[in-house]
Design a protein around this ligand. Structure first.
Ligand SMILES: Cc1ncc(COP(=O)(O)O)c(C=O)c1O
Length: 325
């Protein structure tokens, strides 16, 4: 595809990075950051908006409203800039400043929630704010990425078939979990595929997606303080939890070879490395999904003051990822 007239018509779907030369274990990273929204969330955003337009829910007088940790907000901003309606993003103080600036540059409005609900529940506080907006004016339309089936269907139609085309002998797929749209779309697709694929969900330590108490998480995108309504564990073979300090180290290892990925890619890679270190990988084909690139994280994951304040001065000092220097 060489010519587009709307940004959402372009997405690089066929790009994979072989990380074995960098990390020493067999893993291909599916790169989802090459589109005009810079992340995998362009797919969910496009699918949800198309369905809402088709169903007559979105009209030119509508104002789209959505809770997002950043990337879905940027994707909806890209789409809204091509349409008659406006977009308001409800995010929280952990959202990257650059994501917020991107949304504003694209003409969207951003509300930042600074106070979580009891127990550190920022997501609940964001959703309360969205509900209050919708109750205040019937022009607000909330597509609700947490419950909207178009979120996972987008990946069933695009992400998973692209992986299957490139790796017809795929054995294991690692997918990070946020809303679980990517996870559920890919897991559903591969459950029906001709070959048994082990689908491993990667969640953050401190996330309550697969149970347990919520705790501190600073890398946006992955994890949630509540169980996502889209999650159906029947399709998930295994769950690994990635520690944020390990995720940061994975990001820096990849960056030192010129691959600047986002924070959640570090989590997925570190979870995958942990899994691969515990299994016989001879002849194994493994893929992990890299949701975005690193530019959005220059003030966080790639900034030493931020790292030292949150994870201590030794965070990059030791490399527990593969044991190989
Ligand atoms: C950077 C990043 N990684 C991972 C995810 C999780 O994807 P999903 O919501 O499909 O579970 C998101 C979602 O916003 C994200 O922005």
């Amino acid at each position: 595809m060489g010519v587009v007239s709307v940004p959402q018509d372009f997405n690089e779907e066929e790009l994979f990075v072989d990380v074995r030369p960098i990390l020493g274990r067999p893993l291909f990273l599916k790169c989802e950051g090459f589109n005009f929204a810079g992340s995998i969330k362009l797919k969910a955003a496009t699918a949800m908006v198309r369905a809402a337009e088709r169903d007559g829910v979105l009209t030119p007088r509508s104002v789209l409203v959505e809770s997002s940790s950043g990337n879905l907000g940027v994707a909806l901003s890209v789409i809204a800039a091509t349409a008659a309606y406006r977009f308001l993003c409800v995010t929280d103080s952990r959202c990257n400043l650059s994501a917020r600036r991107l949304m504003e540059a694209l003409g969207s409005q951003v509300h930042v929630i600074t106070k979580p609900k009891p127990g550190g529940d920022f997501l609940g506080a964001r959703i309360d704010h969205v509900r209050a907006l919708c109750a205040s004016d019937d022009r607000y339309v909330w597509l609700d990425q947490y419950t909207n089936p178009e979120n996972w269907r987008a990946h069933c139609r695009t992400t998973a078939p692209a992986i299957a085309r490139q790796f017809p002998r795929l054995d294991v797929l690692f997918v990070g979990a946020g809303t679980t749209g990517t996870l559920m779309g890919c897991a559903r697709y591969f459950r029906a595929w001709h070959r048994r694929v082990r689908v491993v969900a990667v969640d953050s330590v401190g996330s309550a997606i697969f149970g347990g108490a919520p705790g501190r998480r600073m890398i946006p995108g992955l994890g949630a303080s509540v169980r996502p309504p889209l999650l159906d564990e029947f399709y998930v073979d295994e769950v690994v939890r990635a520690d944020e300090a390990d995720a940061i180290r994975a990001c820096h290892r990849l960056a030192s070879s010129g691959f600047l990925f986002g924070g959640s890619t570090g989590s997925v890679v570190s979870g995958a490395m942990d899994w691969l270190s515990r299994h016989d990988t001879r002849g194994l084909t493994a893929v992990a999904i890299a949701p975005d690139l690193g530019e959005r994280y220059l003030d966080t994951v790639y900034q030493s003051n931020w790292l030292h304040d949150l994870y201590g001065p030794a965070v990059l000092g030791s490399d527990a990822l593969t044991g190989v220097q």
